[in-house]
Design a protein around this ligand. Structure first.
Ligand code: NAP
Ligand code: SF4
Length: 668
């Protein structure tokens, strides 16, 4: 059997899981409203049908003070438990198992009545928490235990206590946030009393065999975080108190080290998991930046973990496990760690979905139902929009022909995967390529479709994409002025001093490409972000090692706002930090005047800032000034559909393109 370590069963307490894949907890927004319970049930049921061993829900608060935001999900009454029966039954009907995660947000709660171990404000939340009184701590422990008992009544097969990522339990554990002087603060064992008591009290209520998982913060990545010794002592104490599995979390939400986005090397945290596993006797679950069955299987085969938690990869492909088991791993729609439709949505109060799988969390509303009459569909353009339209239409049973004038599929996405830290994007094209093959789509590369070619089709989807915008600026036609496509495709080799005009997502990506000479190893990545061994450095933080940029880059924009402010909510900060590490000079409010030939074959960019004339001597100017739609083929007529960048180029991203492609195919 392929992936036989990952796909072998495991017993935890009174629960035998069919394999070791855990769909990790992820807040989707569907948890927060009773009206969304049918959608939540369908979302989980689809993953259970796809073979996952154990699903963990998003976080449910044990009481109102633990809400993540006003009216957030809570499990604190029999009524709540009764409502959840629909969710648990849906998963059980598909042969799956499901755990409820109990999460108290503590000082991360976006409410003015938030509480924490001490009244210390989080840097990522405007609300300052109130310190829980000693009585308040005791009643919070009781609320956690009651919530866990209610989960069992609701039909959950297990629970997970959220003790990582900087939420309330983590706030009790770290000196950084716990400055109490009662029995719940001070020494490490006093700080650990809160989670240990929760587990002990919950165990009393649910009996010896009900599986209780605890998500432990393996490495806090914040100043004043826990030491490795404290973490291991906590693991022992939790084990003694009755925890069945130790899951692992990495970094607090306020940490300034990225932990899950694309640029974090795959499997980056596995060695820390292995160290924990070597200390304890309960099973240990690995998490964060594990997104393929190969990596997950190897983690178990090499004894680094007993289970592997994958939250976003199961959002991206509900059939992840089934495909792995059927030796169809090359058909897995791999999570690319972009956060654009999952965490960025969750942290912006929007329902989560997935960039590469827009059906995620929309299982009941975006349905690719089989067609009754077999129609012929032409898709023109094999960028993200065209690819998703072609694959989705073929999945419905339509006869699809895909025209692409280039030599390969991928469009703008092919350029994105050349950016350092975005190598995972290659997997999306592998997925689309393989699905086109399996579904029998007639792919015609190096073929420019004509109106005559398209006459014979019942539906025509025009997804001809975008072309880089050339700003009307004196000197843009000089040699040495190139487009981002020239750079990322490798057609030109930029000089040592480069000006990048336009600081949107692509300007930032191109700056990263220009400054990084070779792919980073995991050790280099850790050094540059200042990740050290928590056995020697509290919280696992050390002074970041400086980077040596391969080129001197100046990144310019006309807007006066800080550069990169429009990037993803949960990843933009890391891209901006990276530019600083690479000493990229950032200029906002640049009023361009033109580009001129400079001495020794160079170029001079002239612009003003606050009316003051500026000059910049460079070897190369890279234009990253957005895109314009390419729609020469487009004709408004029945059965014709315009999607992706060909439809609207402004701020087009792959999320919108793939979703639009799927929606148009669903409606054919
Ligand atoms: P974009 O985000 O629209 O940025 C284009 C940039 O060009 C703007 O910063 C704009 O800034 C500048 N610009 C526009 N017209 C100009 C002109 N006539 N002359 C000079 N400058 C001009 O587009 P993009 O960077 O090409 O990215 C395309 C899409 O891909 C976007 O939706 C982007 O979010 C997405 N993407 C996202 C990421 C990510 O990390 N999340 C990465 C890559 C791409 P000023 O007007 O201020 O000069
Ligand atoms: Fe993964 Fe991006 Fe989808 Fe989130 S939106 S699950 S990070 S591919």
């Amino acid at each position: 059997m392929a992936y036989d370590h990952l796909l072998s069963p495991i017993t935890i307490g009174d629960l035998t899981l069919r394999n070791r894949v855990v769909m990790g907890s992820m807040h989707t927004g569907l948890e927060d409203h009773v009206r969304d319970i049918p959608r939540l049930s369908a979302y989980f049921a689809e993953r259970a049908r796809g073979g996952v061993g154990l699903i963990v829900t998003g976080g449910y608060a044990p009481n109102k003070r633990g809400w993540l935001k006003p009216l957030a999900a809570e499990m604190s009454s029999r009524l709540h438990a009764a409502r959840h029966r629909e969710v648990t039954a849906a998963v059980h009907e598909e042969g799956g198992a499901i755990a409820l995660q109990v999460l108290h947000a503590g000082r991360y709660a976006y409410v003015p009545w938030s509480v924490s171990a001490s009244a210390i404000k989080a840097p990522i939340n405007p609300f300052k928490p109130h310190a829980l009184s000693t009585k308040g701590v005791e009643s919070t422990v009781s609320d956690f235990a009651r919530s866990i008992a209610l989960a069992r009544k609701a039909g959950y097969d297990a629970v997970e206590i959220m003790g990582s990522e900087g939420y309330l339990i983590n706030q009790f554990l770290a000196e950084r946030t716990n400055q109490r002087t009662d029995r719940w603060g001070g020494t490490a064992s006093n700080r650990q009393r809160f989670p240990v008591e929760i587990v002990r009290r919950a165990r009393e209520l649910v009996g010896a065999d009900f599986p209780i998982m605890f998500r432990l913060s393996l490495i806090d990545l914040v100043e004043g975080g826990q030491t490795w010794e404290e973490t291991i002592d906590l693991a022992y104490a939790l084990q003694d108190a009755g925890v069945s599995v130790l899951n692992t979390g990495i970094g607090w939400h306020e940490a300034r080290v990225p932990t899950i986005i694309t640029q974090v090397p795959r499997g980056a945290w596995l060695d820390f998991t292995a160290r924990l596993r070597s200390e304890v006797s309960v099973p240990v679950c690995a998490s964060n930046r594990i997104n393929t069955p190969e990596l997950a299987d190897a983690a178990i085969a090499e004894g680094k973990a007993d289970l592997v938690s994958m939250a976003r990869p199961l959002l991206a492909d509900p059939e992840f496990v089934a495909k792995a088991a059927q030796d169809r791993a090359d058909e897995i729609n791999t999570c690319i760690g972009c956060n654009q439709a999952c965490l960025d949505h969750a942290f912006s109060n929007k329902a989560a979905s997935c960039l590469v799988n827009p059906r995620a969390c929309r299982e009941t509303t975006l349905v690719l139902s089989p067609v009754r009459t077999r129609k012929r569909v032409a898709v023109v353009g094999a960028g993200p929009a065209g690819l998703s339209a072609a694959v989705s239409a073929a999945e419905r049973g339509l006869e699809v022909t895909l025209f692409e004038k280039g030599e390969e599929i991928g469009g703008q996405f092919r350029l994105a995967m050349a950016v350092p830290g975005k190598e995972d994007f290659t997997d999306t094209l592998r997925y689309f390529g393989r699905r086109l093959e399996v579904l029998g789509v007639d792919v015609r590369l190096k073929t420019e479709a004509t109106l005559a070619d398209l006459q014979q089709y019942d539906d025509v989807i025009v997804a001809t994409g975008v072309a880089p915008r050339v700003p009307s600026l004196d000197g843009v036609d000089l040699p040495g002025v190139v487009s981002y496509a020239d750079v990322l495709s490798g057609r030109v080799d930029p000089g040592q001093r480069v000006a990048v005009i336009g600081a949107g997502g692509i300007g930032v990506d191109v700056s990263t490409w220009l400054t990084q000479e070779h792919p980073e190893t995991l050790d280099e990545w850790m050094e540059h972000w200042g990740v050290g061994d928590p056995a020697y450095h509290r919280g696992g933080l050390v002074e970041p090692a400086p980077r040596t940029p391969a080129r001197h880059v100046t990144l310019l924009q006309r807007k006066t706002t800080p550069i990169g402010i429009g990037l993803g909510k949960t990843s933009g900060w890391a891209h901006r930090a990276r530019l600083k590490q690479e000493a990229v000079r950032m200029v906002s409010g640049a009023a361009y005047e033109g580009i001129e030939a400079g001495p020794e074959g160079g170029l001079v960019v002239r612009y003003r800032v606050d009316g003051e004339p500026q000059t910049l001597s460079v070897d190369t100017v890279v234009l990253c000034a957005g895109q314009e739609s390419v729609r020469d083929l487009w004709v408004e007529r029945a059965g014709w559909h315009l999607i992706g960048g060909a439809d609207v180029a402004a701020e087009l991203d792959a999320k919108r393109a793939i979703e639009q492609g799927t929606r148009v195919a669903a409606a054919l």
